[in-house]
Design a protein around this ligand. Structure first.
Ligand code: ARG
Length: 729
């Protein structure tokens, strides 16, 4: 016991070690704003920050952290008015915007601004989480885990975390505790949030502005996208979080961000608060190899097919475009990301770099029983898993890449209830299935889905080792539909599935739903398809995967523990875990390759250069063209550039989840919204590149110009606290 706790003390000392040699880490680092050490804070000040630590984060007083929210579960948002107004990205509000749209009122296409609170549109699926406090529960978790290893450790950890979460949660008051394992399970913090569910859409630019450049420009600089949307958070009349109710009133926030239209210049201090989802900066060469050789190319190939089939239908019909847009954007975003990630990992020799670091570690580990065999064990874990790893991706991204099959797979709950237990369960499972079917049918485009099913089935057949195919599946397919090397075989097969399944047939479905029967379900061709692949996985491979995962996590924990012992003076930040972080750096231009210089801003001039009338990605609204030609930029003009600055770049360290994050100047005033990363640094989840890494931000002056001049929604501008250049006052 004493031994362990002294080890733990050393470990914590290593984690927080804010002593001695603090070298400025370039602009790498996603810091916990509540645990900023003196050195990190001093470095922020050195870079230009003019705020106190208390203004950045305080438990007792209102501080910047109170204005930063988790928006809708995967993005960041910020409060910008005393009436709960939220700014976030267009791509974060995308689904709410498409949901609110119809062919008659196509807000996605035309844009939308509520002129009064009455016109705001409830966004049922969204919520906002405010961070209330954080507590360190490391001791409690580590004590309960003791010397457990691998699978046992993972299982126990999950249950301990669940019970701590429960203790910190209070469902009535929408308070939720969520433990986050940091430093790969060497530290545990519980983050306590207050959730608000009544969120309403207040405004969005036309898609041609909000997603200007589309997937061609996605993950790239230079960029001319007005990637913003506006929401409002409501509370009940007595000031409590509430589900949507017409009686609710706008939230009175603890703190909201002032908005600066003073502009920026190359080298200015920039700070980003938000919720980066995940990084893996201590990934090993083993993991990099796995990613480059198997995981990423598999995801990219499968998504390629799905995207082509969806796009074909979307471009033909605006109704289908509205229906599929959000799902398409999500698939496309990480299709390009994974492709780019592999390319950059190779270009920057990350595998070799990691190998070098690991060699040093192994030299240090010699003679230390806890660490000595770590990499031998780790390599073995990868070897055991590698032969099956492709199948897992083909299942998730291929087989379940067909929305019909993904829905059908969810019916396994019904089957389980039918074959295993009493009627009660069946009733519940069937109810859930009816609900899910309704949602599925609303979002389903049969034509593209039928093609996806055909293509992904063929890809599974050709790309996955025969010994791993579901037993008898392809033999049967061959028997009924023909040659397995001919794509027409799969087209016929898929057509048959779509034609015969009860999922599209109300009469058949209702009969089944009224008296569920396992043989009927099992005979359904869509369910049979899903179930063949799913049961094959569950029966033979799932446990191998779980083993690998448990080992990989446990070795990761040990590796980091060792690294921290090896170099205890180094100040470290934990990998991103979708918990609140702050990153600081500067507005900064860069040279992406030999002889090429990228400026730190993009302007309206460049948007007009890219403009292609009627194009799917590069169109612009006529009114924007008109205003831009007249240079009607009002108070939002950038004097230096004599143009409207649309976007800018900073050296900040962010990742997916940070979308919508506030970009703040040295005084904590909002100067932009972070919305993307640059192509040259797409390897950033695994290795931060101090030379090439940039965060792409939409300039707040462009956001305000779009709302004000283009959208005519001065009611929104009037709500903000604008910080103007002195001479304009
Ligand atoms: N790459 C951006 C991010 O991950 C999303 C941009 C969405 N736009 C798009 N064209 N898919 O935050």
């Amino acid at each position: 016991m004493t031994n362990k706790s002294s080890v733990m003390k050393k470990l914590l000392a290593a984690i927080f070690c804010l002593v001695l040699s603090f070298k400025s880490l370039a602009d790498e680092g996603m810091w916990l704003p509540m645990l900023l050490g003196e050195q990190v804070y001093a470095d922020m000040v050195k870079k230009g920050l003019k705020l106190t630590k208390e203004q950045l984060y305080s438990i007792n007083k209102a501080s910047i952290k109170d204005a930063v929210i988790i928006f809708g579960g995967g993005c960041t948002g910020e409060i910008v008015s005393s009436q709960g107004l939220i700014f976030t990205n267009h791509h974060c509000g995308y689904e709410a915007i498409t949901d609110a749209s119809s062919i008659q009122h196509n807000y996605l296409h035309d844009g939308f601004y509520a002129r009064s609170k009455e016109e705001e549109i409830p966004a049922q699926d969204l919520y906002a989480d405010f961070l209330i406090k954080i507590e360190d529960v490391t001791k409690e978790v580590l004590d309960s885990l003791g010397d457990l290893k691998e699978m046992d450790r993972q299982k126990k950890m999950q249950s301990v975390i669940l019970s701590i979460n429960k203790r910190y949660s209070d469902e009535q008051n929408s308070i939720m505790g969520r433990v986050s394992p940091l430093f790969k399970g060497n530290q545990f913090l519980v983050f306590v949030y207050q959730r608000y569910n009544d969120i309403r859409l207040v405004g969005a630019p036309p898609e041609s502005v909000g997603k200007f450049g589309g997937d061609t420009d996605n993950w790239e600089w230079p960029r001319h996208t007005g990637d913003f949307s506006i929401f409002r958070v409501y509370m009940s009349k007595d000031g409590k979080p509430s589900k949507y109710s017409p009686d609710d009133i706008p939230l009175k926030p603890k703190y909201f961000l002032p908005v600066s239209i003073k502009g920026l210049k190359d080298g200015d201090y920039a700070m980003i608060y938000g919720y980066p989802g995940g990084t893996n900066r201590y990934e090993t060469s083993l993991g990099v190899k796995q990613k480059i050789e198997i995981d990423n190319p598999s995801i990219v190939n499968l998504r390629d097919i799905r995207l082509k089939d969806m796009f074909e239908q979307m471009k033909k019909d605006p109704a289908v475009k509205l229906q599929l847009a959000s799902s398409y954007a999500g698939i496309a975003n990480y299709w390009k990301f994974y492709d780019g990630e592999s390319k950059q990992l190779v270009k920057y020799h990350i595998y070799e770099q990691k190998k070098g670091v690991e060699e040093k570690f192994q030299a240090w580990a010699k003679g230390k029983p806890e660490f000595e065999n770590l990499f031998t064990d780790w390599q073995k874990a990868y070897e055991d898993w590698r032969p099956y790893s492709k199948q897992r991706i083909y299942l998730n991204e291929g087989v379940f890449g067909s929305p019909l099959i993904a829905f059908a797979a969810s019916l396994q709950q019904v089957e389980n209830a039918l074959v295993k237990t009493n009627g009660g369960d069946v009733h519940k499972a069937m109810e859930a299935a009816n609900e899910a079917r309704k949602k599925f049918l609303e979002s389903e485009n049969r034509i593209s889905d039928q093609e996806i099913l055909a293509a992904t089935t063929m890809m599974f057949y050709s790309d996955i080792d025969k010994s791993q195919h579901p037993v008898g599946f392809f033999e049967n397919l061959k028997g009924s539909f023909g040659d397995l090397h001919d794509e027409n075989t799969y087209k016929k097969y898929s057509a048959n599935v779509f034609d015969q399944t009860m999922i599209f047939n109300d009469a058949k479905w209702n009969t089944f739903s009224a008296s569920p029967d396992a043989t009927v379900l099992q005979a359904d061709p869509a369910y049979a398809h899903a179930s063949a692949f799913l049961k094959n996985w569950q029966g033979k491979y799932l446990s191998i995967y779980q083993q690998f995962n448990a080992r990989n996590n446990d070795y990761g924990r040990l590796y980091l523990k060792g690294i921290m012992q090896m170099d205890p003076k180094k100040v470290r930040y934990p990998d991103a875990t979708f918990t609140m972080r702050v990153s600081y750096g500067n507005v900064k231009s860069y040279n992406p390759r030999d002889a090429v210089h990228y400026d730190y801003v993009c302007t309206m001039k460049g948007a007009l250069e890219k403009y292609i009338p009627g194009d799917y990605e590069f169109d612009l609204p006529p009114k924007l063209i008109e205003l831009a030609n007249k240079k009607d930029f009002g108070q939002y003009i950038d004097k230096q550039k004599n143009d409207l600055v649309v976007t800018f770049i900073t050296t900040n360290d962010i990742t997916g989840g940070n979308s919508g994050s506030p970009v703040l100047n040295s005084l904590g005033e909002l100067i932009g919204l972070a919305f993307d990363g640059n192509y040259e640094a797409l390897s950033h989840k695994i290795a931060f590149d101090p030379v090439y890494n940039r965060t792409i931000c939409v300039d707040i002056r462009y956001v305000l110009w779009c709302i004000d001049k283009l959208g005519g929604a001065s009611n929104i501008i009037n709500e903000l606290k604008l910080m103007k250049p002195v001479q304009l006052k």
